[in-house]
Structure formats: structure tokens, C-alpha cells
Design a protein around this ligand. Structure first.
Ligand code: SAM
Length: 285
């Protein structure tokens, strides 16, 4: 077993051992293809001994690939049966790396510097994850909000979610996730993943998104300003809640009419045409 990544037979055996029959509710689709794992790890472009947060390690397919690449991995898994099995899988397949691995059984939506101080202490953190599909966007945005040291990410998500995360202003699918992610930095789609590399095969296609945090947030604050972010996100939520309306009307409760002129933004425009820098400018007034 030692030194090899998980294939289809390993996955079935480990699922049996954990007593898990994968559930849709938790987005449990496990990667059974070492080539896909190595591809994801390569795209993450990890520095030697990088500190990696992996959300939803499942049976360990990606975890073993990250350890193989020399990373220090903290994995957060919600399913207690999977969390309990993972240490013995790492010990069996990647015995030389047990010191670089830790697992927390927790809902990734609740992960914060308060509950997980060791993550906050890392000088630089990278998220590498095959995210549970139904909560992928909130997990990503929460982690970026809570961990200023989260510098980069390489995540696998449902293809439609990936398209929305990286969409540009003016496109039909530009929306709340695109604008909020752009607050923190830049994202791009870096690949597609077919259904047959998973067990069980999902009924959606997947895609890979790579993200780099910008040195300053979209309002120009070097270490990020929570107040500027909250106000900007308030305007984004309101603008997209009424997508077809002009900014003047969608933001009438939140923005005084003269602020539009001061920010150099035509109030007849719709929110779906505003870049994150424009939202931030309007929010600052
Ligand atoms: N990383 C594994 C792989 O690539 O084979 C599994 C990926 S699977 C798509 C998603 C994993 O996230 C499952 O193991 C599931 O139990 C876990 N999960 C689901 N919701 C979660 C949550 N809120 N917090 C942490 N883990 C979660």
C-alpha cells in the first residue's frame, strides 16, 4: 500500500471499512483516479512544506497527493466515520508523512481563528479542496473572510459554480459570488474534470478554480478592512437582489443620490455591470 495513491479498489475497500455508503447530502463523491489528484496538486503550485487546509478529505484521495508533494496538511471533515478512518489511511499509504498531517472533525462552515488557532498561526495558508458541492461558495467566502493568511486556493467545484465564481461584470452569470470573491483577489478557471474520475459518479460536471489573494482588498486596504468589506457586501447583496433594476432604485435605501456622481457611477446602470472596484468606491461614500 505504501507510496501509492488511491484507486477505485482502494476507495471501495476504505468506504467499506469506514462503514460509509456515500451520501448526496454531504456531496460525497470520492476521486478514484491518481492522475486527477496529481493534476490538482500540480495546479496548486505548492511551495516546499506549504501549509495546506483541505476541506472534506473524505477517504483521503487528495490528502495523500498533497502529502506526497511535501505539504503540511490540516484536513477538516464533517463526517465522523471518515474523519476517524483517515489517520490509519495516511499511516498505511504515506507512513513517512504522518507528522505532517492532522485531521479535525468539524463543519468547515464553522472553522475560524477562534476554533482553529493553529490555522490562523500559519504564515501563509493554501486551501486545496474538492469542496462539498452544495456548500462550496459559502465555505470559500467564509474562509477568505476569517483567515487573512489564506493566500491562495485551488478548488474543485461544480462547473456552473466555477463559471459563476470567475465571471466578469456584464456577463449573464456575474453575480454575488463573482463580486464577493473579486473583493479578495483574482480567480480563474484552470480546468475541467469529468464525472468518471469519481465514485460514485456525480450527475454534474466539475471544474477547477485557482485563486490568488490580492495584496490589498478592493478598497485599497493593505490588511483588509472588515468595515469596508461589510458595507461593500451590503451593496452587492442589495444590487443583485433586484438584478433588473437600476442602481438608483435597487440601492435607494442604502446610497444617497449624490454619492453616485461622487463615485463617478451612473445611477441608471444595473448592479450586474459594476466591477468590485466600483462597488467598493460607492460603498466608501
Ligand atoms: N476530498 C475527497 C476526494 O477528493 O475524494 C472527498 C471530496 S467529496 C466531494 C466532499 C467531502 O466533504 C466529503 O468527504 C464530505 O463528507 C465532506 N463534507 C461535506 N460537507 C462538509 C462540511 N460542511 N464541512 C467539512 N466537510 C464536509
Amino acid at each position: 500500500q505504501a507510496g501509492h495513491l488511491l484507486g477505485a479498489a482502494d476507495i471501495r475497500r476504505l468506504a467499506d471499512q469506514a462503514g460509509v455508503s456515500p451520501t448526496k447530502k454531504l456531496g460525497q463523491n470520492f476521486v478514484i483516479d491518481p492522475g486527477t489528484v496529481r493534476h490538482i496538486v500540480r495546479l496548486a503550485a505548492l511551495l516546499p512544506q506549504a501549509q495546506v487546509l483541505e476541506v472534506g478529505p473524505g477517504l483521503g484521495s487528495l490528502t495523500l497527493g498533497l502529502l506526497e508533494a511535501g505539504a503540511q496538511v490540516t484536513a477538516v471533515e464533517i463526517d465522523p466515520r471518515l474523519a476517524a478512518l483517515l489517520p490509519s489511511t495516511v499511516a498505511a499509504y504515506m507512513p513517512q508523512s504522518v507528522q505532517r498531517f492532522s485531521i479535525v472533525q468539524q463543519d468547515a462552515l464553522t472553522v475560524s481563528p477562534q476554533t482553529n488557532p493553529q490555522l490562523a498561526q500559519a504564515p501563509s495558508l493554501t486551501l486545496v479542496s474538492n469542496l462539498p458541492y452544495n456548500v462550496a461558495t459559502p465555505i470559500l467566502l467564509n474562509l477568505l473572510e476569517r483567515f487573512n493568511n489564506l493566500q491562495s486556493a485551488l478548488v474543485m467545484v461544480q462547473k456552473e459554480v466555477a463559471d459563476r465564481l470567475v465571471a466578469e461584470p456584464g456577463s449573464k452569470i456575474y453575480g454575488i459570488p463573482s463580486a464577493k470573491l473579486a473583493w479578495y483577489g483574482s480567480a480563474k478557471r484552470v480546468g475541467r474534470v469529468g464525472r468518471n474520475v469519481f465514485w460514485p459518479a456525480p450527475n454534474v460536471d466539475s471544474a477547477l478554480v485557482s485563486f490568488q489573494r490580492a495584496p490589498q482588498d478592493a478598497a485599497g486596504n493593505l490588511h483588509g478592512s472588515a468595515a469596508a468589506r461589510d458595507r461593500t457586501f451590503q451593496l452587492i447583496d442589495a444590487a443583485f437582489a433586484q438584478r433588473r433594476k437600476t442602481l438608483r432604485s435597487a440601492l435607494s435605501d442604502l446610497v444617497e443620490p449624490p454619492a453616485f456622481a461622487a463615485a463617478g457611477i451612473d445611477p441608471q446602470r444595473r448592479g450586474e455591470t459594476l466591477s468590485i472596484a466600483e462597488f467598493a468606491r460607492l460603498a466608501a461614500l
